[in-house]
Ligand binder design. Structure first.
Ligand code: PMP
Length: 355
């Protein structure tokens, strides 16, 4: 830390992304990326003409990509906002809506960036514990009188909440924004995008990083009432109007267009998740019921950290969390069937060594 850093940031605890070690080839199951490449249409469209156009600024309004998303979801373009990863939308939303007494409520076990944004912008965070079974206690949010952010499915548990519960949060908090972060919803959860037509306090946040295999393109999008989108634009045009580069805009459009490829990839992940869950349960793991492209699992014989270390030695990366109630768990992203077979075989060895 330099002596120049503003006092207000000195104690800021930053978000720690999953590790990306370069010392050897790993089976990478630690950051919930897709094991499948982007659609062939993405590869075809990001061609040399696009590359030579990089001398020009990108479209600050992202019209073409927003149009595609609007058509895909059955909304008007004025309901769509696109961003440099969905992290950017979350950051903009915390900045735009949560100051003063408003604050924001979210679960104690959820996406690790929420408390970081809270801290960064000096926002009052109301942190509500998950139930003993790691489900979100939805009733705690009814009429809470604060903004709310919920990852649905939640991370790192993978557990979803229902449509009725979301609706009740919206109805009982009409003067507050309810942000539903649907980063993982394409893998079996139910999207609440259609509720945007009914509720003007709903902000749905989504990403191209997982189900559309474009984590490196950094593309997120939001669907909400037109006024909320205008507010997000206010922040965007006060920070970085060209927040999405030309290549990512082209890639995103092609990815939305190739609906079949997107659906096939999601189906494969869901199938592999079922298979992996079953195999891990057979060797004694408890696996929480996941609607995401990862599973959250623990074994009674060892800690999450121990399991992580043993897997890393064997060339497989997963994630563990140094946090109360989570010590036993690892989060395992769903890879290809071959990658999951390698994980299952290594996990079996580690379990038998304990006996
Ligand atoms: N929300 C959740 C719940 C996530 O797990 C992630 C991925 N780390 C994000 C949002 C952000 O994804 P991205 O910025 O790649 O769109």
């Amino acid at each position: 830390m330099s002596r120049f850093l503003s006092k207000r940031y000195k104690s800021l605890e930053v978000y720690v992304p999953g590790e990306q070690p370069r010392d050897r080839q790993y089976i990478k199951l630690n950051t919930n990326e897709s094991p499948y490449p982007p659609s062939p249409l993405v590869i075809e469209r990001v061609n040399s003409a696009e590359v030579s156009d990089l001398r020009l600024y990108s479209d600050p309004e992202c019209t073409s990509l927003r149009q595609r998303l609007a058509e895909f979801y059955g909304f008007s373009i004025s309901n769509i906002f696109v961003s440099n990863g969905s992290d950017e939308i979350l950051s903009f939303a915390f900045m735009a809506f949560c100051d003063g007494n408003k604050g924001i409520a979210f679960p104690d076990i959820t996406y690790g960036f929420y408390p970081v944004y809270g801290d960064l912008y000096g926002i009052k965070c109301d942190i509500i514990p998950l139930n003993d079974d790691y489900n979100i206690d939805c009733s705690e949010y009814y009429g809470i009188g604060k903004n709310i952010v919920i990852a649905n499915p939640n991370a790192p548990t993978g557990i979803s909440i229902g449509q009725d519960e979301i609706e009740k949060m919206l109805e009982t908090n009409p003067e507050n924004i309810v942000i539903i972060d649907e980063a993982y919803v394409d893998f079996g959860g139910r999207s609440c995008v259609d509720m945007v037509k009914k509720y003007d306090n709903l902000l749905v946040v989504r990403t191209f990083s997982k189900s559309r295999s474009l984590a490196g393109a950094r593309l997120g999008y939001a669907i909400a009432n037109e006024e909320i989108i205008k507010d997000l634009n206010k922040i965007k045009y006060s920070t970085n109007p060209y927040n999405i580069n030309r290549l990512s805009l082209v890639a995103g459009e092609a990815a939305v267009e190739d609906e079949q490829y997107f659906e096939d990839c999601c189906k494969k992940i869901i199938k592999t998740r079922g298979y992996t869950t079953e195999k891990l349960r057979e060797i004694g793991f408890e696996v929480l019921p996941s609607d995401a492209n990862f599973i959250f699992a623990r074994h009674p014989l060892f800690s999450g950290e121990y399991f992580y270390k043993k897997l890393k030695e064997a060339g497989i990366l997963v994630r563990y969390f140094n946090k109360e109630r989570l010590y036993g768990f690892v989060r395992i992203s769903i890879g290809t069937p071959a990658q999951m077979d390698a994980l299952i075989s290594e996990a079996s060895k580690i379990v038998s060594e304990q006996k």
